[in-house]
Design a protein around this ligand. Sequence first.
Ligand code: XMP
Length: 508
Amino acid sequence: MILLVDFGSQTAHLIARRLKTLGANVAIVTPEEAFEKAKALSPQGIVFSGGPQSVYAEGAPTVDKEIFTLNIPILAICYGFQLVAYLLGGKVIGEKREYGPATLHMTNSQWPIAKNIPNDSTVWMSHGDAIEELPEGYAVIGTTEHVPYAFAKDEKKKITGILFHPEVEHTQYGKELLQNFLDACGVIPENVKIDIEKIVDEIQVLVKDAYVIGAISGGVDSTVAGALTAKAIGDHFVPMYVENGLMRETNRKHVKAIFEHFGIKAAIVDCEEEMLKRLKGLDDPEEKRKAIGKFYIDIFEGEMEKYIKAGKDIRFLMQGTIYSDVIESKGTKHADKIKSHHNVGGLPEKMKLRLLEPVREYYKDEVRQIGALLGLPKDFISKQPFPGPGYGVRIRGEVTKERLAKEKHADRILLEELEKADVLQKVFISFPVMTGANSVAVKGDGRFFGEVIALRIVESQDVMTATWARIPYEVLQRISSRIVNEVIGISRVVYDISTKPPATMEWE
Ligand code: XMP
């Protein structure tokens, strides 16, 4: 068993998942309880996650130094490594930022922890501070252009420190590094696989005889969550689709097909005008998310009353929340809030319904795997993700009817051209952003001052990291020309070439 100390990392759960995939048993604990748990549970190894703080910040999470005397192998990642250095007599310097890809130069490959990690591979960084001086007893294993101590080890104390993130998919040999650590801990792999029956049983135990109203957006997550709920409780599940005008135009048809697949009578609620009214005058992203979240709950509570009057005792609201939504909405003790995913942090404090979130513990690729295990059609589980607040977070600033129409038009063009170029199925997500910035163009010899659209097209598997898609120039050119020519009021198209981290996929 491996003890994972969560210092508030966006990827703590992902580290656990990677270790589990490699056959380890993982228990996640807070820094405050780490030492006591390490004594009580006698883990084979301990992993320190990263975290959003600086070790110098007031109230920064820390561990009881006695944990280093237990002689259990420790893998300290990012903040975890900085904390080890800080607590054991090294020196951490602030303001030494590095986000995104870096090249790991191996200076010392003979240690078992460096097995199968070739020189100059790509690692993914996301740190604000770095280590200037290592504590005594450390050997340097790897460096990057910006940090001298990216990878180091104290063989005697069995502590390995790394500033990069082995858990994210874009670190080329992250899996090898984690495997080396598990080998050093003597972990013998257990066969782990997703247990559908267990998830279904858990839904039945929680819901008992009650009814569940379910928000189906047409996206993979809510479709899979809905399929699990339908499997667990049959027609005690009341699936519903809210057409608030912020969804893709083709979505309604897609959702109808999903409902047909469930074989359960579903409801479609139309409320586009009311949604726009509630968004009027709002330009702060968090306020927009909250307004959309609140509206969505109001609709469900209203619908629920109707069903209750008809004799159906609805006590739960099912949502397709997945783990990356939870963590970005500050789902763990020391994590920073990135934004309120409308189905997590955006929920009103007092709700009449309890939440049922069958895929809350899983990542996107796992959710797709669950969908495949349930036998859902490929079309249902290979669909591009689309955020719950929809176009509401793809229009910077106020969402008006006119800007929404432009966003939809540009999105239609983007989808068509990516499909034609056979790129659509190969990227994780693609969308235009109404940036709210204006620029000058010359249209038909006349000056024209219109809005700039940014294209965001990224590749990712687990959502936590992403790179911008290398779309052929001629495809980008066609998309740009069509948007500027066909979408009224658009002056210019730019391509977003930011990696995640630091940039998130969505702009808001
Ligand atoms: P970010 O922008 O966080 O996007 O890198 C990661 C994934 O999450 C989706 N996303 C959201 N989904 N409510 C949602 O239901 C939200 O507020 C939200 N914000 C981002 C995004 O589309 C991508 O798939």
